[in-house]
Design a protein around this ligand. Structure first.
Ligand SMILES: NC(=O)c1ccc[n+]([C@@H]2O[C@H](COP(=O)([O-])OP(=O)(O)OC[C@H]3O[C@@H](n4cnc5c(N)ncnc54)[C@H](OP(=O)(O)O)[C@@H]3O)[C@@H](O)[C@H]2O)c1
Length: 233
């Protein structure tokens, strides 16, 4: 794994309901919930994007939400868009492959060549990181070393969030709390992946700020992981 100093500083940012969910139900776009963010919080989201060198979301979020991931509501440059998809399964018509901002798709060595070429033909870059699956620690290092990414923001979904946390690649978390409960045992929540077995494996956070942004509560945490090397493996 790349040394902490040889990867970007990583901020995880998400809007979540009072019951910790990211969407109305499995398979639903988070754009439905995002409509209920206060205008001031939408601006905060775009300011945060503009302050980062790159923004990363999981390939499933691209397939479901068809996100643009650009800076639109404030002045500033859109960050490099980074999407990990081991087998290069990004629809050619995806908004993230449009010309609004630069994009790189991170793939594994086994990604089919025709899909990789189709992505290149749309003008996006390709980073090969990992044999079977995208190796996130390696990807972080390559973004830092070859693309000048010193500050990276991740905007979900839960699968990517879990993998980034499980590799101890997340430094800060900023949550926009939406005053709704949506329920649903299988509705995506902030972090997916595997459950933990013991309390030693809980990832510890330190609350550093909380404030109202418009009508939304925003909380900010540093990620401490565990004492003496505990936390997720
Ligand atoms: N409220 C919010 O702030 C928010 C933000 C984002 C997303 N969401 C919601 O989250 C849901 C999607 O989340 P999701 O958990 O299904 O998917 P996800 O985290 O968006 O994407 C996961 C996918 O990323 C790709 N990937 C490649 N390498 C990976 C690696 N090393 N680690 C992790 N992922 C890797 C895989 O796709 P391949 O099979 O292509 O390799 C994997 O299936 C949607 O409903 C969306 O609306 C909500």
């Amino acid at each position: 794994m790349a040394a902490r100093s040889e990867r970007p500083h990583v901020l995880m940012m998400s809007e979540i309901t009072a019951d910790g969910k990211l969407t109305l139900k499995r398979g639903a776009s988070s754009k439905i919930l995002m409509k209920y963010m206060a205008p001031e919080t939408e601006i905060l989201l775009h300011e945060t994007r503009a302050a980062c060198d790159a923004i990363m979301v999981g390939a499933n979020t691209i397939r479901i939400d068809n996100s643009f991931l650009t800076v639109r509501l404030v002045p500033g440059k859109s960050p490099l868009r980074v999407i990990p998809s081991s087998m290069a399964e990004i629809p050619p018509e995806a908004n993230v492959l449009g010309k609004d901002a630069p994009t790189v798709i991170a793939v594994a060595e086994k990604a089919p060549g025709d899909r990789v070429e189709a992505i290149r033909a749309k003008g996006a870059g390709i980073i090969v990181a990992g044999k079977e699956h995208v190796d996130l620690p390696l990807l972080m290092h390559l973004l830092w070393r070859d693309h000048g990414v010193k500050r990276l923001m991740i905007e979900g979904g839960p699968t990517l969030n879990w993998h980034m946390l499980s590799h101890r690649l997340v430094d800060e978390i900023r949550l926009i709390h939406l005053p709704f409960i949506v329920g649903g045992a299988d509705t995506p929540s902030l972090v997916g992946g595997m459950h933990i077995d013991t309390e030693d494996q809980m990832i510890r956070l330190a609350l550093k700020r909380f404030y109202l942004c418009g009508s939304n509560l925003v909380t900010e945490y540093d990620v401490l992981y565990g004492e003496a090397g505990h936390g997720l493996p």
